[in-house]
Design a binder for this molecule. Structure first.
Ligand SMILES: [Zn+2]
Length: 126
């Protein structure tokens, strides 16, 4: 796999060209090039997913065999982690909480204090 050496602008042009199917965008990437680059990005994503699956399977094996963790405990932990962003939807949403005191983005999920100004971030009523 070759790393993408395009600038963000060139890459965006490439993706736009790909998305607009067979329509070269001025500035120069042909639709064939765009298709090749998109396929390369898909392969890279696929390899990352396979590596993550392998890592998860290895970690699960260690947890089960060495620590005696049950499948029910794993399922509960997956549910608990999923629920941390406030929605049980099978994915972890990006951090979007903003500090009401300094208006910077939170650095972690569910913080109780702002890492920037130390302001209280606890939900109202808790
Ligand atoms: Zn703050």
């Amino acid at each position: 796999m070759q790393p993408n050496r395009q600038s963000p602008v060139a890459y965006t042009r490439t993706m736009l060209s790909y998305m607009l199917a067979n329509t070269p965008i001025s500035g120069g990437v042909s639709s064939a090039d765009a298709r090749f680059i998109a396929e390369d990005a898909n392969k890279a994503s696929e390899l990352k997913i396979q590596a993550l699956e392998l890592t998860c399977a290895a970690m699960w094996t260690i947890l089960r065999d060495k620590l005696g963790v049950t499948e029910a405990e794993l399922v509960q932990a997956i549910h608990d982690v999923d629920a941390r962003d406030g929605v049980v939807d099978g994915k972890i949403s990006p951090i979007s909480k903003e500090c009401p005191h300094c208006h910077r983005k939170a650095l972690t999920r569910n913080p109780t204090k702002c890492a920037w100004c130390g302001g209280d971030l606890s939900p109202v009523g808790t």
